[in-house]
Write a protein that binds this ligand. Structure first.
Ligand SMILES: [Zn+2]
Length: 186
């Protein structure tokens, strides 16, 4: 505790807050959409080969099917990327959440039954969670080195280190005597 000596600047509050649940759902959903797209791509490729062997107008139509399936694969990959970005850039959770949501709906059309439906549902929930996600406010009440009732005037939470009334130095909350001057703490 000596590094938190009186007057020392407080360490920056560690913000490890991330929309983890939203990101994980988007990533897993993206994997399903990607796999659904791959399967559809394989079916489309087989269909194209079969239809185009006979020639005619249906050959062009199956080519479109192939392109849509390819887009489904791309959408799966992008949904995974958005999920990863949610962890890297939590501040962009709103725009990333909207993108995941939009791509989830596009996957219903492009990817085989929206990535086996489960991919669509996971990405949908992930997108909504990302949009509504809010980092909880940091437990910042007063600077660590500020004396009780200092300029901030903010109350110090009971779990945080206190200030010895005799010597004015920071003491851990769970000690009965000041480690600096031995003063009995109330
Ligand atoms: Zn003391």
């Amino acid at each position: 505790m000596s590094q938190f000596a009186y007057g020392a600047p407080p360490p920056p509050p560690a913000t490890h807050e991330k929309p983890t649940a939203a990101a994980v759902l988007a990533i897993i959903g993206g994997v399903f959409i990607f796999l659904g797209g791959l399967l559809e791509l394989a079916i489309a490729a087989a269909a194209t080969a079969t239809v185009c062997a006979f020639g005619g107008a249906y050959c062009g139509a199956s080519g479109l099917f192939l392109a849509i399936a390819g887009a489904g694969v791309l959408i799966g990959i992008l949904t995974i990327v958005f999920g990863v970005l949610l962890l890297v850039r939590p501040g962009l959770h709103l725009v990333l959440g909207v993108l995941v949501l939009v791509f989830a709906f596009i996957s219903l059309v492009t990817s085989l039954i929206g990535g086996f439906v489960i991919g669509f549902i996971l990405a949908l929930i992930g997108g909504i969670l990302a949009i509504v996600w809010k980092p909880s406010p940091p437990p910042y009440a007063a600077p660590m080195g500020a004396p009780m009732g200092g300029t901030m005037g903010a109350p110090i939470p009971p779990a945080s280190p206190r200030v010895c009334m005799k010597c004015g130095r920071m003491v851990p909350a769970d000690t009965k005597f000041c480690p600096h001057c031995g003063n009995a703490l109330g």
